[in-house]
Design a protein around this ligand. Structure first.
Ligand code: ADP
Ligand code: ADP
Ligand code: MG
Length: 649
């Protein structure tokens, strides 16, 4: 075994790899961009090297800088983690040429599986079933439209260079094909620098089930059972579990065999995942699964496999990379109990899952039997707009699926993320959803149940009351600390309250998630009691005090309470209704209206691209376009005013 490893990644996966490398006695070297100088993965390492500015292209994706860092720190091996350069054959090649061990497959294997069209052609050749469709060279719109017609609607347009669900478009009808193709190509070019697509039959009620495989340099290839990753949003995994509900021994053996054949066909080494799609409408059958793609790296969801097999996949990766043989044979691979993972993101499910950036004011995870948390941040960390906003993965293991799901739901409900908003409450609701628990789900589950999974519109008044109570207590404490002796004993003693048998009541404005509300305060000898819209303070809430706001966490959801800044509130109040601002940092792709134009509420006004995804901005009111403050291609900052509408009267 080599004695040192440089981890060319950040966040939770860098921390995860560091833990195992440490345990094996390796010297662990972290790299970091300017945005990450103080982050958790840097502090977990023995040594750390700065590699450049915050944008990933100039740091975590800069091959030459990473190789230079490895040389300077005399690292013997490089682990790429997932994302970033993990599936970049040129990086694997550059490591080799620099005399470094790349912890991953040979460059040729990465190349063979790198493009979905070529990978599918190869799988067809070796007899692994692939999703029916067109994956040839031709890319003219007319030709692809004809192919879609022949395949039969619905079809899926998919970038050949794709990943992370980006650029995919489901097309239901022939008439919609051209627009969908254009959008898919545009997104593919932006995300992957390659606009080519393939067309697939869209499998109805799809189940995503993948096989974890491992191969060594000595010709041994085996699989570590399946993971079910069917709970997805925008074709991205949200919850993953092992084993797959409804899996039979026959199907597992057949899928395992196909996955091992795929790995052998490309001369694979190390950890890999072969993804398959199944038709949930037909039940899980040993003769009805189709190859989607192979991910030539460690997968985000590998911990569920670790939980049910009792293995450390990163340890296996390091051993294989060092030339060792796989430590077990196929029949020695265990499958014990059930494991489920949830991806905790800094995002706002109630606002279309927009990433939510900023400083983490508080972060706390429960501990307990069968629970594992892989986190990449801690209290005080900054969630920056430069990287994927995943905060942590919460993994629960139990003797049964039931037990694992109960543990996970309880853990998510007890998770505290204050500052940026998180999807903890959404995830908990998902894990508790009856149909999911009954095993009746497919990749459309989240979309179909969205309104039950996100919080109802409006706000949690009981949480707001709890937050306001804390805020007023703080204000009172500050007041008392400053009070010259003899002054009234409460900031509200003065003129604006009224007295009722020794109690005082008054109403004060507060901001609940930025919106003005009234809090009614009752002040008595026993202290403060606050009601907001008739609700008294929730008792099951965690209240976290921040600098100028308090955050209330209740059942995984955050309510932010602050006091209005009187000057600003007035200026905003008048104009706010017709102002359309950027929901996040991004680039303007299209402006669809001009000054003077009449628009209706809900009408599309502009399209911006952020985090490589398109977001359409719509009119919040009926009105007339008073001002267009941007042009196509402009970069805009979060909150920047893009378009102003004058209300129609
Ligand atoms: P996986 O197939 O391993 O579950 P996904 O397909 O959900 O991963 O992720 C899409 C892409 O984004 C993958 O290339 C993955 O490695 C990358 N990715 C996901 N989360 C992160 C993260 N927190 N940091 C960096 N890359 C990420
Ligand atoms: P990526 O590289 O973005 O991960 P995949 O080919 O793995 O792309 O597909 C991602 C997800 O999209 C799958 O997990 C599945 O939910 C959905 N998907 C892909 N192909 C199909 C298909 N032919 N029919 C239905 N859903 C599909
Ligand atoms: Mg995939």
């Amino acid at each position: 075994m080599f004695s040192s490893v440089l981890i060319a990644n950040r966040g939770e996966i860098a921390c995860r790899i560091a833990r195992t490398a440490r345990r094996l006695g390796l010297r662990v070297i972290a790299v970091y961009s300017d945005a990450d100088a103080r982050s958790l993965h840097v502090r977990m390492a023995d040594e750390a090297m700065a590699i450049g500015p915050a944008p990933a292209a100039e740091s975590y994706l800069a091959i030459d800088r990473l190789i230079a860092a490895a040389k300077r720190t005399r690292a013997e091996a490089i682990h790429p983690g997932y994302g970033f350069l993990a599936e970049n054959a040129d990086f694997a090649q550059a490591c080799r040429e620099a005399g470094l061990v790349f912890v991953g497959p040979p460059p040729a294997a990465i190349r063979a599986m790198g493009l979905k069209d070529r990978a599918k052609a190869l799988m067809e050749k070796i007899g692994v079933p692939v999703v029916p469709g067109y994956h040839g060279e031709r890319q003219e719109a007319n030709f692809l439209r004809q192919k879609a017609y022949e395949i039969g609607y619905p079809v899926l347009i998919k970038p050949v260079a794709g990943g992370g669900g980006k650029g995919m478009r489901v097309v239901e009808r022939h008439a919609d094909f051209d627009l969908a193709l254009e959008a898919a190509q545009r997104e593919a070019r932006a995300a992957f620098g390659d606009a080519r697509v393939l067309i697939e039959k869209y499998v109805s009620r799809p189940r995503h089930i993948e096989m974890q495989i491992f191969a060594d340099r000595h010709g041994n290839v085996l699989h570590l059972n399946e993971r079910d990753c069917s709970l997805q949003r925008r074709h991205q995994k949200v919850i993953e579990e092992a084993p797959a509900p409804g899996m039979s021994a026959d199907l597992r053996a057949a899928m395992g065999e196909a996955a091992v054949a795929a790995a052998r066909a490309v001369g694979y080494e190390g950890a890999g995942t072969v993804e398959f799609i199944l038709d949930g409408a037909r039940g899980l059958n040993a003769d009805a699964f189709w190859f989607l793609e192979m991910n030539t790296r460690l997968q985000v969801e590998h911990p569920v496999t670790e939980a049910v097999t009792g293995l450390d996949l990163v340890e296996w990766q390091l051993r294989v990379a060092a030339g060792e043989k796989l430590p077990l044979a196929q029949h020695e691979i265990a499958l014990r109990g059930h494991a489920v993972e949830a991806r905790l993101y800094a995002e706002d499910p109630e606002r279309g899952f927009l990433p939510s950036t900023g400083r983490i004011v508080a972060l706390a995870f429960p501990q307990g039997e069968g629970l594992r948390v892989d986190a990449g941040v801690e209290t005080g960390s900054e969630v920056s707009r430069f990287y994927d906003p995943m905060l942590a993965k919460v993994i629960a293991h139990g003797a049964t699926r039931e037990e694992a799901l109960d543990r996970l739901a309880a853990a998510l409900e007890a998770t505290v993320v204050a500052g940026p908003r998180s999807n903890a409450g959404f995830l908990a609701a998902l894990v508790r959803a009856p149909d999911f628990r009954a095993g009746a789900f497919d990749t459309g589950f989240i979309d179909a149940h969205l309104s039950e999974l996100i919080a109802p519109p409006g706000f949690d008044a009981a949480a707001a009351a709890a937050g306001a109570e804390r805020l007023f207590e703080q204000e009172q404490a500050r007041f008392l600390a400053r009070r010259p002796s003899g002054a009234p004993s409460s900031p509200w003693d003065a003129t604006d309250g009224f007295q009722l048998t020794g109690r005082r009541r008054l109403a004060k404005p507060i901001l609940v998630n930025g919106e003005r509300r009234l809090a009614e305060i009752e002040y008595s000898a026993r202290g403060l009691a606050v009601t907001v819209e008739g609700a008294t303070a929730a008792l099951d809430a965690a209240v976290v005090g921040g600098e100028d706001a308090v955050y209330v966490l209740r059942r995984g959801r955050q309510t932010k309470i602050s006091l209005p800044d009187p000057a600003r509130a007035e200026a905003e109040g008048a104009a706010r209704d017709g102002v359309v601002s950027a929901p996040m940092h991004g680039r303007v792709l299209a402006v669809l209206v001009g000054p003077g134009e009449a628009v209706r509420r809900g009408q599309r006004l502009a399209v911006i691209e952020a985090m490589k995804m398109e977001h359409t901005l719509v009119a919040p009111i009926d009105g007339t376009v008073a001002e267009v403050a941007v042009v196509p291609d402009a970069q805009v900052a979060e909150g920047a005013i893009l378009i102003v509408l004058a209300p129609r009267r």
